[in-house]
Design a protein around this ligand. Structure first.
Ligand SMILES: [Ca+2]
Length: 633
């Protein structure tokens, strides 16, 4: 292990001269000494891991890059190390960068990549759970967010940014650098492969660094970070407000979900236990109201219970009744997003709760009990303003498209952790940007899997090997119009899952358990009823006028205080605030316009592009509220 020491600068100079010439590629054991330590490499260790069990031998490099970003790169053995069978030793010439899960916090295994001849890579997301715990923070465990807070409970923006994307692009860059050094040859393909947090990381790569990738598999992305986390808290909020500490028996929730699936199953024409499009299922829990009849089930519902279940299914709404976010689809268990005791649920589960507490409120004592259906919209807006730039929900994929790269994504329609609403919402906005689904099909394909849970699972046909599908698209030009899902039912059930928003339709003959009996009907746009379902409150003003302009500006100023380049913007925005508070609307509008021009110009230089998203959004909503936009746009 080599590490950077106090005289790092002098060491760096010596090592640069000592670097192995490119003509003689270093063996694994020489690899660490071949890379100069510097600002983006604090330590590096390389070890040849012999073949063991199902795992092929590979060269494992563990390094620490910027700040607390730890990265692992696995390299199939080079010819010099005895590797055979690939384009360079055992290497197929390709990078397969692997995504993490939850809040990460440890580097992941890379053998899934090295075993198939790829250079594999992973990162801990820029924080180590053990370091977090040593700093005395609560919620350091996987799924906790203690790592973003300093000792005074102030948000460490760099930690959040590292988690969002910096660690990820460092991971990808190091995979490429080390491959070139070890094999003496550049990679021929660059792939991303992840699900959940790994899917979000893939979306970040597509949006920010699309020019670097041939193919990105972003499964079930935890994107829309600034909105979906708060949206998830709706379940716990309804339960707490309706039932307090007693909660609602999970047996009743399960019974309601079971009844909903039974009621909606045949809507799609096939009674198979699967609701093809849960947004079209409008089953009300009031069907399960207790009647007092003898022998009725103990899971029958009171008026209040039925109301609560319907409101959870419906999803978060603001006080004006506009949808903020979707709920868990009917048929989806709530036990991943809500928690409780004694078989009842009454509060949000730990991951979204920890997120709001640490990242948004910067207060480890903040309680979910502060949230009600009456102030939920304020919380939703606050998180969005604060975190928009790490939201991973930018629909500008021009970099990926221009390069000819491909983005393959999917979501289980019964996801228990990351509500599928976020993917449907993003796909719809992407179609809007690129002139409808047809305008996206050469670089983007998305699949909504009915009945499937979080990154798989559920009593429904499961996705095939999607990485293989992606590679076949990138390297052989086979763009997937549909995927074949498989469910084991003793005999196997296969089903066509058509690319979104196309629809699988039964041909009218043949087994409904055979995908060959189905055809995909191409939809040139998202069907009107589903588009209507996705209608939501205007972003950054979801609470309407409930949050005073001054408060919204204050939230944005807090963001600006924590980022590079923030000072200039903050000065201008403070000026707007002063003029608003003094009632000088005309002058406020003028200064706000100057501020927005400034942001637009900087965004054009791609400086902090996604920060600009929230700054422009907040500014735009304030323009509307102040009536600044008098001329038609
Ligand atoms: Ca069905």
């Amino acid at each position: 292990m080599r590490t950077r020491n106090a005289s790092g600068v002098a060491l760096l100079a010596c090592l640069a001269f000592a670097a192995t010439p490119a003509s003689a590629a270093p063996r694994c054991e020489e690899l660490a000494a071949s890379v100069p330590l510097g600002e983006d490499l604090q330590s590096i260790n390389a070890v040849l891991v012999p073949a063991a069990g199902a795992n092929a031998a590979y060269c494992r490099v563990d390094l620490k890059s910027l700040r607390e970003i730890n990265i692992r790169v696995g390299l199939p053995l080079s010819a010099a190390d005895g590797g055979t069978g690939g384009a360079h030793g055992a290497w197929n010439g390709k990078l397969r960068n692997l995504g993490g899960g939850g809040t990460v916090g440890t580097v992941g295994q890379v053998t899934a990549a090295t075993n198939t001849g790829h250079v594999g890579s992973s990162t801990d997301g820029g924080h180590n759970n053990a370091v977090c715990a040593a700093n005395g923070h609560p919620n350091c465990a996987p799924g906790g967010y203690g790592f973003v807070l300093d000792a005074n409970n102030n948000l460490i923006w760099s930690q959040l940014e590292d988690f969002a994307y910096v660690s990820v692009i460092e991971q990808v860059r190091w995979a490429g650098r080390l491959a070139e050094l070890y094999y003496g040859s550049k990679h021929s393909r660059n792939y991303w492969d992840g699900c959940s947090t790994g899917g979000r990381q893939g979306m970040e790569m597509a949006q920010r660094y699309g020019e670097l990738f041939d193919g990105i598999l972003a499964g079930v992305p935890a994107m829309n970070f600034s909105r979906f986390v708060t949206g998830s808290l709706w379940i716990g909020t309804i339960l707490n407000e309706s039932f307090g500490p007693a909660g609602l028996a999970n047996a009743k929730i399960t019974a309601a979900n079971t009844a909903a699936v039974a009621a909606c199953d045949a809507q799609d024409g096939i009674a198979d236990g699967i609701v093809e499009e849960p947004r079209r299922c409008t089953f009300s829990a009031h069907a399960l109201r207790c009647t007092g009849a003898p022998g009725e089930p103990s899971t029958c519902l009171s008026l209040q219970e039925a109301d609560a279940i319907d409101r959870v299914w419906d999803g978060a709404r603001n006080r004006a009744g506009e949808r903020l976010w979707g709920g868990p689809t009917r048929g989806t268990a709530w036990t991943t997003l809500a928690a409780g005791s004694g078989g009842a649920l009454n509060q949000p589960a730990s991951i979204p709760f920890a997120h709001i507490r640490a990242v948004v409120e910067e207060d480890p004592t903040w309680s979910h009990a502060n949230l009600t259906t009456s102030n939920f919209d304020v919380q939703f807006q606050k998180a969005d303003i604060k975190e928009a730039r790490v939201g991973a929900d930018n629909v500008n994929l021009d970099k990926l498209r221009s390069r000819g790269g491909k983005l393959l994504t999917w979501h289980g329609a019964n996801d228990t952790l990351i509500l599928p609403y976020g993917s449907w919402e993003y796909w719809g906005r992407l179609f809007d940007r690129y002139g409808g689904p047809a305008g996206t099909q050469d670089f983007f394909r998305a699949f909504s899997f009915p009945g499937v849970g979080h990154c798989g699972g559920g009593a429904a046909p499961q996705p095939p090997n999607l990485f293989e599908v992606l590679v076949n698209w990138v390297e052989n030009g086979v763009a997937p119009d549909y995927l074949v899902g498989t469910q084991s039912l003793g005999a196997s059930r296969t089903r066509k899952i058509c690319k979104y928003p196309d629809q699988a339709v039964y041909d009218g003959s043949g087994s409904t358990d055979d995908h060959n009996s189905f055809s995909c009907v191409v939809n040139s746009q998202v069907p009107a009823d589903l588009a209507a379902y996705m209608q939501s409150a205007a972003r950054f003003r979801q609470a309407g006028s409930a949050v005073p302009i001054g408060t919204r500006i204050d939230w944005q100023l807090e963001v600006l205080a924590g980022v590079p380049y923030g000072g200039d913007y903050a000065e201008q925005l403070s000026g707007v605030r002063d003029k608003v508070l003094s009632g000088n609307t005309k002058a406020a509008c003028g200064q706000l316009q100057g501020y927005l021009n400034h942001v637009s110009a900087e965004a054009g230089k791609e400086v902090e592009t996604l920060l600009a998203d929230s700054m422009l959004g907040v500014g735009g909503s304030i323009q509307d509220d102040l009536g600044c936009r008098q001329k038609p746009r």
